[in-house]
Design a protein around this ligand. Structure first.
Ligand code: GLA
Length: 871
């Protein structure tokens, strides 16, 4: 029963979809159908017998835990599942079908992920399960497996008819699937006309998309299209999709294209539209070294059977989890009647509101806040999207009440804080409030330390929706920042009220230590001031390479729903000119930054109001794709940022920070586009025409910019940049890692110079020259991610000889971050000429360490700073 490509496959799908519903309605328990698709890795090359070690026989014989007992039957033969059937293409494109057992890999002598995947879904969904495995090795989703919508809106230019045609195997996959679904009697021996339900789709592929540079570049976009197309072509819009990363050589694989494929795969789960319906499993842990495997063929997992068992198992579990979540979520969505976004997010897009600090500092009171609330409504701000009205520091009395509760400053807020919240809510706004995790706030009022639960409860009682949690004096808490925030997170959960937690820690690196597990946004910078240079400095911490290793190209890869990089509140309206105010707003917009207006609304000019409510500019910030803009060009005070949008276009900011009047040209190539593209000016809300390959903003004066939207609405999504792969900033599992060889997660102060002194010479400590090391100038903090994988940290430190005489420096190693960290090593004060100090300390189970060098204008050297993992 060899399949044929259906020449009008798209049309026949409609018929089939109708058929599907008819069939489904005719019996009670439809067969659950799972599709396993992909390339050679999904085909499966796990040897059953061949080789000395790591084949299926060996795995089952050496299975001490009994985990794989079920693979053999009572006679010692490979067991067959009575309730799970499989249809599978093999290496030669012939078809095998029957009850699931070992031997449905690329050959009759091999296995793939189907074996354990089938067990998990079989156990979970019982009754009858059918796996349809359509796989062809050596293909590319940029060519023969290419999904139609990635080619053009209307699909393929011509229908693929032979193997090398664009999309041939994509079409073949679908026609094979329908071939089976159409003829269930042939594939499910005791089929009784129950009908079927397409229940899930799993994808695992090999390395072909990395071979060709173009294919590699387009991979993320193609994969997203593949998911969407499969869903639409199967008529199952929310079909659960699980993807196993390509895996390659496991964690050792450093090939940039291999990493970019895997990162693109991992990125799928982060797309807002794929939240809770696509899940990705990272398979790199499943790689087994060659001596433990039947063959030396890393791209087929060294043909190790256990690798394929583990991949199948993780895909199966991910599928079950996803389906459970989806069911729960569907119910939730129905109850809450949320139309556009997943209701699980408190901040599906960056929060937008107004905060009192930049306008009034301590000088707030009930009247002012009420006036602000009124103006937020009357000015149209609320309707433009300004939801939160946040009271910053200094709303509270200097003493708590006799029950230890916070109380309002009775002069400023005579009716208490609940009344304030009631008023804010009565205006259709949300209520935000400030506290601090130290024992005092930054204004020396009562902080929440050791009152976390009481205070979160008071906030919940007052109807608070948003908490800005500051960090002054938190250093004294004796807790890590993550521990501190965990306390708040739990205290908030305990109240039962949904409250956004805004982490205000002056940019100490919350994105790095996992801030998103506790809050929805975190500062990336120190405080912002009403000067354009301060605005630029703050923007740089989120959109430039100021806060992290240049390879991050800013922190965009940490941004997304409930996970926002916050370069601080707005000074729009407080700056010197409208030109500056606009640049500020455009920067925050393109950086998907939280927008907290900070001007005195009572004195707001119409011009300023028009800026903060500019519809098309704000829409860039609020775009549901939630991609944070990233810098694509920076030279001679000229900067260009790009923010790929959900509608297939992309937003571009072209900014002249310099003194000279300049033209700025953006090339489509820099922003993931080509050919002729329409351009729209987002401030003027005006189409500027169509432009081929580039666009030039003419004669931009100092601090002038242009914010444009490029491309046609409805086009396939513009691909964003490839995220830096985690292993670039994570200590590998075993061996010795020099910290100068991996990226830091966050840094503050003077950047280290890698493998050189701060002045660029070779690092020399005592008599020894160090090839590896970090040259620093005080003050410099670098946070590295150990991921609980390292055992010891070692280094040799000394003050550099070029330091001024008598200058004093101090080397410290801490857990996590300086603001809320524990000191593991302290050199004490060191002077030039002091003997080198050897560090050799335990770092077992630590997620992050921080290397800190403090002092005044002094230079220091970390020689051979390294971590050692013994396992
Ligand atoms: C810190 C914060 C500011 C503001 C003040 C209030 O400096 O970073 O945003 O909240 O405290 O005291």
């Amino acid at each position: 029963m060899k399949t044929q490509i259906n020449s009008c496959f798209k049309n026949s799908f409609f018929v089939l979809i109708t058929l599907f519903f008819v069939l489904k309605a005719s019996a009670q328990e439809p067969i659950k159908v799972f599709i396993l698709a992909g390339q050679s890795n999904m085909q499966g090359h796990g040897e059953m017998e061949k080789g000395e070690k790591g084949n299926l026989n060996w795995v089952v014989n050496n299975d001490k835990t009994g985990k794989y007992k079920h693979l053999r039957d009572a006679n010692g033969d490979w067991a067959k599942r009575d309730d799970v059937y499989i249809y599978a293409t093999d290496k030669f494109d012939s078809i095998k079908s029957g009850k699931l057992s070992a031997g449905y890999g690329a050959f009759a002598t091999t296995i793939g992920p189907e074996l354990e995947f089938g067990r998990i879904v079989g156990d979970e969904y019982g009754n009858k399960v059918l796996l349809i495995k359509t796989t062809w090795g050596g293909k590319s989703i940029n060519v023969d497996f290419r999904p139609p919508s990635s080619v053009s809106d209307s699909g393929y230019v011509s229908l693929p008819s032979k193997p090398k045609d664009t999309g041939y195997y994509y079409v073949k996959m679908l026609s094979d699937i329908y071939e089976v679904l159409d003829n269930l009697h042939d594939y499910v021996p005791d089929y009784k006309g129950e009908g079927y339900e397409i229940s899930g789709f799993a994808w695992h592929q090999g390395w072909n998309d990395r071979v060709n540079k173009e294919a590699n570049k387009a991979y993320e976009k193609n994969l997203a299209h593949l998911i969407k197309d499969v869903r639409s072509d199967l008529g199952t819009p929310n079909l659960p999709v699980v993807i196993a990363t390509t895996g390659m050589k496991g964690w050792e694989d450093k090939d940039p294209r291999a990493l970019s494929i895997m990162n693109a795969q991992l990125a799928m789960a982060k797309y807002p539209e794929f939240k809770n319906n696509v899940s990705v499993v990272d398979t790199r842990d499943f790689y087994k070294e060659r001596p433990d495997s039947p063959a030396n063929q890393f791209y087929h997992w060294n043909r190790n059977a256990e690798s394929y068992l583990l991949i199948g198992e993780s895909l199966g579990k991910a599928m079950v989890d996803l389906k459970a979540k989806q069911t729960a979520n569907n119910v939730l969505q129905l109850i809450r009647n949320v139309a556009r976004y997943d209701s699980d997010f408190l901040t599906p897009t960056p929060p937008v509101g107004w905060n009192s600090w930049n306008a009034f500092e301590k000088d707030i009171d009930e009247n002012k806040i009420k006036q602000i609330a009124d103006i937020m409504v009357s000015s149209g701000m609320r309707d433009a999207g300004y939801k939160y009205l946040v009271l910053d520091d200094a709303w509270m009395a200097a003493e708590r009440n006799e029950n230890g509760q916070l109380v309002a400053d009775s002069i400023k807020f005579p009716n208490g804080m609940k009344a304030v919240g009631d008023y804010i809510h009565s205006k259709g706004l949300k209520y935000g409030i400030y506290e601090c995790r130290g024992d005092l706030t930054c204004q020396n009022l009562p902080g929440s330390f050791e009152h976390e639960e009481i205070d979160m409860q008071s906030f919940a009682d007052w109807g608070v929706d948003y908490i800005k949690l500051d960090a002054c004096f938190a250093k004294k808490n004796g807790r890590l920042s993550s521990e501190d925030f965990d306390v708040y997170h739990k205290a908030i959960l305990k109240t039962g009220r949904s409250m956004v937690l805004s982490i205000s820690d002056f940019g100490s690196g919350a994105w790095a230590w996992g801030g998103k597990n506790y809050g929805q946004l975190w500062r990336t910078s120190g405080d912002i001031f009403p000067r354009i240079q301060s605005v630029y400095r703050c923007a740089e911490t989120s959109g430039g390479d100021g806060a992290s290793h240049p390879a991050f190209n800013g922190l965009w890869q940490f941004a997304g729903p409930d996970s926002w990089n916050d370069p601080d509140m707005l000074q729009v309206g407080n700056l010197k000119s409208i030109t500056e105010d606009k640049v500020h707003f455009s920067l925050w917009s393109i950086l998907a930054a939280p927008i907290m207006a900070g001007n005195d609304l009572r004195k707001m000019s119409d011009e300023v109001k028009d800026i903060i409510t500019a519809k098309e500019v704000l829409a860039i910030n609020q775009d549901p794709r939630t991609h944070q803009g990233y810098r694509v060009y920076e030279k001679d005070s000229i900067e260009i940022y790009n923010k790929p949008l959900s509608d297939g276009t992309t937003a571009v900011l072209m900014l002249n920070k310099g003194e000279k009047v300049s033209d700025i040209t953006v090339f489509w190539e820099q922003i993931g586009l080509a050919g002729k593209q329409p351009v729209r000016d987002l401030w003027l809300e005006k189409d500027l025409g169509e432009f081929s390959e580039s666009f030039t903003a003419k004669s931009l004066e100092k601090h002038e910019h242009l914010l444009i939207k490029v491309g046609t609405v409805g086009s396939p999504l513009v691909a964003g940049p490839t995220p830096v792969s985690e292993d670039k900033y994570t200590v590998p599992k075993s061996g010795t890692t020099y910290l100068s060889d991996i990226y830091y997660m966050a840094k503050k102060g003077n950047a280290p110079v890698e493998d050189k002194t701060f002045h660029g010479e070779k690092i020399k400590i005592g008599r020894k020259k160090f090839k590896k090391g970090l040259g620093v100038k005080s003050n410099a903090e670098m946070m590295y991610r150990l991921n609980g994988r390292a055992d010891r940290f070692q280094a040799t430190v000394q003050i550099d000889r070029s330091s001024p005489k008598d200058s004093i420096g101090r080397f410290q190693v801490m857990v996590e971050e300086k603001f809320g960290g524990r000191v593991l090593f302290d050199s004490g004060k060191m002077k030039r000429g002091d003997k080198p100090v050897e560090i050799d300390i335990d770092v077992i189970d630590l997620e992050f360490i921080l290397l800190d060098f403090s002092g005044k204008k002094v230079f220091g050297n970390w020689g051979d700073p390294k971590v050692i993992s013994n396992n």
